[in-house]
Design a protein around this ligand. Sequence first.
Ligand code: SDX
Length: 428
Amino acid sequence: MSEKAKITVNDKTYEFPLTVGSENETAIDISALRAQSGLITLDTGFKNTGSTKSAITFLDGEKGILRYRGYPIEQLAKESDFLEVAYLLINGELPTADQMDSFSDNITNHTLIHEDMKRFYEAFPSNAHPMGILSSMLSSMSTFYPESQNPDRTDKDVELTIHRLIAKIPTLAALSYKSSKGQPYIYPDNSLSYVENFLYMMFAVPSEDYVLDPVVVDALNKLLILHADHEQNCSTSTVRIVGSSKANLYSSIAAGVSALWGPLHGGANQAVIVMLERMIREGGDMQKWIDKAKDKNDPFRLMGFGHRVYKNFDPRATIIKKSCDDVLEKLGVDDPALEMAKELEAIALKDEYFIERGLYPNVDFYSGIIYRAIGIPTEMFTVLFAIGRLPGWIAQWKEMVSNNEPIGRPRQVYIGAKERNYTSFDKR
Ligand code: SDX
């Protein structure tokens, strides 16, 4: 392969270096394009544009490959634990037993939130969406730990913020659930594992024994691992660009939560269940819904279908679909939404419209069915996505900071009015 790319515009040829990654992905480095030619590129939605070089996650959309720091997602989902995967993503290597103990202890010792933060929950409306609460609470953490706002923070400062974020996000999430139910808050029980503690804070009720179901713990551990990172997706790019202004990590993560909330992104897991419930409620044969999804004049879309990168299958959806059957059977749950989802997938995957566009179930298509089976309320599905994605966001923010990347500031092509003079009201 030639080491350079040539672009010819108006008979002038410019040369640009090629960058080749460890998995042979090749990019044209156009950093000097404007200085050399006065030209910029345009790529709405950044479908063909790399924003950085990253060593965290590799995915191949055509082959359905997803690896965290080189480890296949299938192995991590089967063998690992969410906190261990968090350590791997953030530090780049699997921890030794001592490193894991120390990381786990640090997380355990920061699970409480400042008592004054509880007052915020009393101020939110009882029907407040938990993603709006989570984003607000994470941003407010920068005010309770003002030292985190120092742009010249040390590695130690950043490590403490990382421990606080990972430790407190389950507590913040569970508090929003308890608050919405008008139930007493359950404080963390630090004798429990990370996932057990979250379930305990969510579902335990004072004066009653709460029995953890290992099937539920295992399913949630797997789901959090599968959501932990996904290279430069919308919310991760948001975290990186907010952090590139030297904003603190709490605010950068809060921005990522807001981006994830959208139904085209992490909010899709909630939208899938809403869609399946509507299909069950309104009935009609499957083809009616498939035709609606294909109709450009109909706003209906198959939520949980399609992906910017995966054009054959989303390896996470494959794993989650398999555990759906397993978890629902072990829990004795019979969810008509699962059968509906499987039927929908089977029909769509034979339909030319979906095949030619490479539209397949993504991570959000089946995840909500498991969340529902383990008792998570629908409006909290994306909160679970955020808890899973937090280590990935942190790892990506850290990489951007350690690379000393410049503040993110894209260019544009102006298509508005040319110069004109101001006129007073009587002349308009
Ligand atoms: C996540 O990027 C990541 O990595 C994200 C994520 C992560 O882990 O961070 O994987 C998590 O966000 C998964 C995606 C969750 N979103 C949904 O399930 C919402 C439904 N899907 C779509 O809205 C859509 O597929 C996107 C947003 C996921 C991808 O959109 P793109 O890449 O911009 O593709 P597009 O909208 O340009 O679609 C290409 C074509 C269009 O038709 P044509 O104009 O070519 O005729 O496919 C059609 C679209 O209309 N299409 C769909 C469809 N998704 C795309 N048609 C019907 N139903 C759908 N779901």
